[in-house]
Design a protein around this ligand. Structure first.
Ligand code: NAD
Length: 341
């Protein structure tokens, strides 16, 4: 007779004896490298990735503090093998064989700051980390959380181009938190089942470039004109709501970790051949005049399999897209210039 406990311990009765056999995982399954693993996002995201059954190996990289985070997480009885890597001399080892690289490394906003104010510090961090990715695991999917996402994705792309390993299908700006927020706010406002409410959010990931498509909410709900504008603005400013509430202690970390894990899990499922649809900020021709844009995309074994586009926009949403284009353009140019300088 045998009994499975927690999916990994087998109690077998052999003759008159009882034996417990522990099946600590064989660490098969994809490798995820988390760069910035000791941070406000990195720690809870590491936790969620550790308990994701689709992950075989989890490499935690930071410039400080990773041994503690890894020791802590490694005591969780889930299959993923956790290893710590600290400082640039260990970055290559962290990245070797990675299927997905997630980057939340960098400084967050303080009250009064825009995401673009982070550029000076974070641009160099993302560039240097992507240099190592391009050299060590150029085929990995790269999910960039570090702000300003509207610029850090073009930075990553330029680094990959420089190394002749650029594949636009594999570089993603993580905008999932905007979708998560929109879905939370809409379902609260309209009383819909939050687990079934979907709201596409397109554009970019900063202020007016965040464009929730309230006309495409599913299941379909009606918004009055007096609801649409304030709800749109709340979704656009939701990050600032958290920055202000934390009063100098940083920006969204827990909800971001939740959103980051949702996106990474979709990448991993796509890798396995299970089609997934997510919004993400990628190289895109969905909207004329900008090279990068977030829309729903289909994810699969090669990363972006299909850009699904904006769908039909109403007049208000068309106007939002037009207002976003100049800011997106200048953020993209700023990122490109930073690498080419
Ligand atoms: N995409 C989004 O929706 C979204 C949402 C929230 C926050 N963010 C952004 O995520 C980033 C991280 O936020 P946080 O709250 O975790 O910040 P944090 O300061 O708490 O953590 C950042 C971590 O990065 C590490 N780090 C710094 N330089 C590094 C380097 N060169 N290599 C590796 N690690 C390095 C730090 O040691 C720290 O552990 C910020 O840029 C923030 O603006 C993005």
């Amino acid at each position: 007779m045998s009994l499975s406990m927690n999916g990994r311990t087998l109690m077998s009765m052999l003759g008159n004896g009882v034996r417990f056999v522990s099946f600590r995982s064989k660490h098969s399954g994809p490798k995820v490298a988390l760069l910035g693993a000791n941070g406000g996002i990195g720690q809870p995201l590491g936790l969620l990735l550790k308990i994701n059954p689709n992950i075989g190996r989890l490499a935690l990289y930071d410039i400080v503090g990773t041994p503690g985070v890894a020791a802590d997480l490694s005591h969780i009885d889930s299959p993923a093998e956790v290893k710590a890597f600290t400082g640039p001399q260990e970055l290559q080892k962290a990245l070797e064989g990675a299927d997905v690289v997630v980057i939340p490394a960098g400084v967050p906003r303080k009250p009064g700051m825009t995401r673009d104010d982070l550029f000076n510090t974070n641009a160099g961090i993302v560039r240097d980390l992507c240099e190592a990715v391009a050299k060590t695991c150029p085929k990995a999917f790269v999910a960039i959380i570090t702000n300003p996402v509207n610029s850090t994705v073009p930075i990553a792309s330029e680094v990959f181009k420089k190394h002749n390993v650029y594949d636009p299908k594999r570089i993603f700006g993580v905008t999932t938190l905007d979708v998560v927020r929109a879905q939370a706010f809409v379902s609260t406002m309209k009383g819909t089942d939050v687990s079934k409410t979907t709201v596409p959010v397109i554009g970019g990931h900063a202020g007016v470039t965040i464009i929730p498509l309230l006309s495409q909410v599913k299941p379909s709900v009606k918004f009055s004109d007096s609801e649409v504008k304030p709800l749109t603005e709340r979704i656009q400013d939701a990050g600032t709501e958290v920055v202000q509430a934390k009063a100098g202690a940083g920006s969204a970390t827990l909800s971001m970790a939740f959103a980051g894990e949702r996106f990474v899990n979709a990448l991993l499922k796509g890798l396995k051949g299970e089609k997934q649809v997510q919004c993400a900020y990628v190289k895109s021709d969905a909207v004329q005049g900008v090279e990068y844009f977030s829309t729903p995309i289909e994810l699969g074994p090669n990363g972006v399999e299909k850009i699904l586009g904006t769908g039909t926009l109403n007049a208000f949403e068309k106007q939002l897209v037009q207002s976003a284009i100049p800011e997106l353009k200048s953020s993209i140019e700023k990122g490109v210039k930073f690498v080419k300088k």
